[in-house]
Design a binder for this molecule. Structure first.
Ligand SMILES: [Zn+2]
Length: 121
């Protein structure tokens, strides 16, 4: 079996570990990055980064982002799907709220027991 490497960071992937994203085999981290950033120049992400920067007082969180941050802060480590359920969001919606928090280096994702967990950065 040929060795698989992440198309982005070149990390070696165990069989079955890679995630396919737009035809490329990526490791979990790069896959999450790709989802968070969505094609490097997602207008929404850029817009968010810009509007956050333009806000008086700097990087204010939306109420939903604040809730997500508080949830992770209280529980230390929350499976992504559970966080979505607790906030009444779909997985996609949660990822959208999570992306700016990741960019602000407030939260990060890690993989544990084959599940994606959100933790403090
Ligand atoms: Zn990678």
């Amino acid at each position: 079996m040929p060795e698989t490497t992440c198309a982005k960071c070149r990390a070696a992937l165990d069989p079955g570990e890679g995630r396919e994203y737009q035809g490329q085999e990526l490791c979990e981290d790069c896959y999450l990055d790709s989802l968070s950033i969505t094609k490097t120049c997602d207008p929404w992400a850029v817009h968010t980064a810009k509007s956050l920067k333009d806000l008086p007082g700097g990087q204010n969180l939306t109420p939903l982002q604040q809730k997500l941050f508080d949830l992770v802060k209280d529980q230390g480590e929350v499976p992504l799907l559970e966080a979505a359920a607790q906030l009444g969001l779909t997985e996609d919606e949660l990822r959208r709220e999570f992306a700016p928090l990741r960019h602000m280096e407030k939260l990060r994702a890690c993989k544990k027991d084959d599940l994606i967990h959100l933790t403090l950065f």
